[in-house]
Design a protein. Sequence first.
Length: 141
Amino acid sequence: MSGWGILSILLHIVTILFVLYLYYTKPKARFGEDADEVEQLLIKYTNEMKADNDRVIHYVKQKGLIVDNSEPEGKAAFKDVLEEVAAADEFIQNDDDTPLHISKEAQVLQMYKEGSSPGTIARTLGLGHGEVNLMIRLHNG
């Protein structure tokens, strides 16, 4: 056998031993903990979404803003209703007067609607210019 063949066999043996070492020394219990943590976060997030949806539905019913979404005119009216709901002051605070988290996209669109340039929005919110332009283009269709 040549010198290269022996070197190749030795490298394969070292690699196999290293893989076995990594396999037997990795923390095994961590995977279950991660899954439990993710599950708890998803449950919390889902419950928050349900509460927000209930508040929006209550607001829309209270204001009589129900529209027929099946007609083209209804779709435009529905978009107006969503914008009115998003702009409503009562959605800026939770029931316990703690501020709501307003997404970056909502902040971008609000600032753009108020006349701010994409560059100003990007600097103010700490976002990239391309990211701001993409959000605006996606919203405008």
